[in-house]
Ligand binder design. Structure first.
Ligand SMILES: *Cc1c(COP(=O)(O)O)cnc(C)c1O
Length: 463
């Protein structure tokens, strides 16, 4: 090789990443790239672009985990190559999944926690689909046995997360969603009973409604359904969407009866990646006992020469989430979960008090008795020149993600703002947010958004 050529090669090797032709020109965005580039250059391009995402730790809108111990992250990285569906090749991952199911059944007071069935999922959404399917199958079998039609199933719920809208549409079930009213933002027994008939496959109360963070009264709903059964003979099961509450109530609201202590509760879903404190991609669904999961929904896969039952919508999925969930159960135990959730709940209550003191806000949820956090709206009487969407934008200029949104029907005119206090949101971090919220109020006093908007017009304004 000629000396000059050797210099060219060296130049290329030593070249600064940003001086390279890969990074000094624009890369293709929507056409499939023609040629290869170095791993280092490709990494720099992708990494830099992702800087424009928000800072997840300052995203107080999400229920999902944004902080985890380095040990959990290590387990996740160690398991990235293990496919949890390959039960034969990775029997210990399958075993950890099974242990988690039984531990959850125990946590949720299953009468026979070693005999329950359940599985991990990608999150509560997949878990909800599985719970909904099982209810539909059981109802259909009952109807068929009684020689009755099976073409018009319905399901009753309050203001649910979108996964239940999907479940109903995908599986052809009519969703009877009880609308919110002024003064009643969640489901109750009376509203459920009004909508039941013999085609009701189940009722789905939410433990920790996403919009306002409070628990729906599962025990009251079950009692109302008991009475309905005595009157009409319809035995309508309950599936609890415990996406958040499944990992909160057992630790910080032990007196709330919502789980398998109530006979009518046949299945429960939860998000491991919310208050289960596990990194993203982990959910669970557990049935009260084996009979509640119809056998023809279960597929047998080969497992250590035997057959292992699986019930899931997905196939391949990394095993790390299961390993991390099991790690958390061992690492924290009941005491550790309680302390963690208690600290979050207390900070949520503190936030609600601070926000109330600021003046223009009316607290809709004060952080007591539901999901850790707070939720507020603008007082109709507030003399302000901004709406909550403006306020959210202003907070975003400091990096905080505290979005404003309108409530679902029939309270669409109410615009609220909500903060979730999760593992990793310390009192001091919350204090910094409160400081920025006060500064934002002062800012709008000096720089009104628009003098022509009254506060009521402004707060009803939708983006
Ligand atoms: C978050 C949430 C879901 C969806 O859960 P994923 O784990 O995000 O799939 C369903 N229901 C409720 C009540 C939720 O809070």
């Amino acid at each position: 090789m000629a000396l000059t050529q050797r210099d060219d090669v060296r130049d290329e090797l030593l070249e600064d990443v940003y001086a390279s032709t890969d990074l000094s020109v624009s890369v293709p965005k929507y056409r499939f790239p023609k040629s290869e580039r170095s791993a280092e250059h490709a990494y720099a391009i992708v990494h830099d672009e992702l800087m424009l995402d928000g800072n997840s730790r300052m995203n107080l809108a999400t229920f999902c985990q944004t902080w985890s111990e380095p040990e959990a992250q290590r387990l996740l990285a160690e398991c990235w190559d293990k496919n949890m569906i390959d039960k034969d090749e990775y029997p210990q991952t399958a075993e950890l999944e099974r242990r988690c199911v039984h531990m959850l059944a125990d946590l949720w007071n299953s009468p026979q926690s070693d005999n329950t069935v359940g599985c991990s999922t990608t999150g509560s959404s997949e878990a909800a689909m599985l719970g909904g399917l099982a209810m539909k199958w059981r109802w259909r079998a009952r109807q068929k046995a009684a020689g009755k039609p099976t073409d018009k199933p319905n399901m009753i719920c309050g203001p649910v997360q979108v996964c239940w809208h999907k479940c109903a549409r995908y599986f052809d079930v009519e969703l009877r969603e009880v609308p919110m009213e002024e003064g009643r933002l969640i489901l109750n027994g009376k509203e459920v009973i009004k909508r039941c008939d013999e085609n009701t496959i189940g009722v789905v109360p939410t433990l920790g409604v996403t919009f306002v963070m409070t628990y729906e009264p599962v025990e009251e709903i079950c009692k109302a359904l008991d009475k309905l059964q005595a009157d009409k003979g319809w035995d309508i099961p309950v599936h609890v969407d415990g996406a958040s509450g499944g990992f909160l109530a057992p630790f910080i609201h032990p007196d709330v009866k919502w789980d398998f202590r109530l006979d009518r509760v046949k299945s429960i879903n939860t998000s491991g990646h919310k208050f289960g404190l596990t990194p993203l991609g982990c959910g669970w669904v557990v049935w009260r006992d084996r009979q509640e999961l119809p056998e023809d929904l279960v597929f047998m896969v080969n497992y250590l020469g035997g057959d292992m039952p699986t019930f899931a919508l997905n196939f391949s999925r990394p095993g790390g989430q299961i390993a991390c969930q099991y790690y958390n159960f061992l690492r924290l135990g009941h005491d550790g979960y309680r302390k963690t959730q208690e600290a979050c709940a207390e900070t949520g209550q503190w936030m609600a008090k601070e926000v109330a003191k600021m003046g223009p806000f009316e607290i809709l949820y004060d952080g007591v008795g539901g999901i850790p956090g707070a939720c507020w709206t603008l007082k109709p009487s507030a003399k302000v020149t901004f709406n909550l969407y403006d306020y959210a934008d202003r907070l975003r200029s400091r990096g905080w993600l505290v979005p404003a949104y309108s409530l679902p029907p029939d309270q669409e005119d109410v615009v609220v703002q909500r903060v979730l206090i999760r593992h990793g949101v310390s009192r001091d971090l919350a204090r910094l947010l409160v400081g920025d919220m006060k500064a934002a109020l002062e800012h709008f006093e000096k720089h009104p958004v628009s003098k022509s908007l009254s506060s009521s017009e402004a707060s009803g304004f939708h983006h």
